[in-house]
Ligand binder design. Sequence first.
Ligand SMILES: [Zn+2]
Length: 280
Amino acid sequence: MSLLLSNAAAGQDAPAPARNAAPAPVRFLLTFDDGPAAADSDNPTVHILETLARNPLQDNIKAVFFTQTRAWHGGGTETGRALIKREHDEGHIVALHSATLFHSNHRFMSKKTLDESMQKGVDDLVGVTGVAPKLVRPPFWAYDAETLESYRQHGMRMLLTDLNANDGKIYGINFSWHKRSNMLTHLAETRKRWAAGAMPVVDGSTPVVVTFHDVNTYTSRHIQEYMDILIDVARELDVPLAAKPFYDDRDELERAALASTVTSADAKPQLPGLWNWLWQ
Ligand SMILES: [Zn+2]
């Protein structure tokens, strides 16, 4: 009887089983943390903006910038604020990473301090771009239920990452000999979730979030090479790419990013490097 019922329930209204459907092609969702940089000349954030706008792979790529609005050597300076405005004006998404002088851990803050810090970050970005941020990424990928609740109360959702260049100046390697093998390893892991139909599909594509650090001068000098590597490792792993492999429309980018956010502390996504091990 229950079998009959479940067969009936699987009638015309039921969605097609994901297993039989080919997963939607992948689109790389580029994100940049810790910026903007404050350098007056040879500024790495500027170089990244210029490369995203014009390069041999795809012009006018739009990215998400997780900014540190009060960083003493970055977002808290006149140059930094001008770059945050430029990111917004050029059609990128400006999001929040921190509103502290340093790269402070949100999970180690009291609820009151974190709430105040999130409010400052939102106010800072509204002041510069006129738009409240909808996305936040925790420094050191460190969060818990209380962190997520504070984000939610300030109108933001948390975006983690699928692929990571491991180029963080603060905790990572500034110079990597292994850019390609690193991306290959990360995409091979992501591919398993993609093939299992476990990733969101938005506007016909599967967003794959990639993290870089725009304050890193090595990254900025090699960003085009990194983009080449992404295309190349997708080919090697037989991961089909969307006709435009990178996002080039802010609204579409925002839909893809919001669909990729983590809203529950019970979800334990794979974090880059040793961070799962460290935070458990
Ligand atoms: Zn960071």
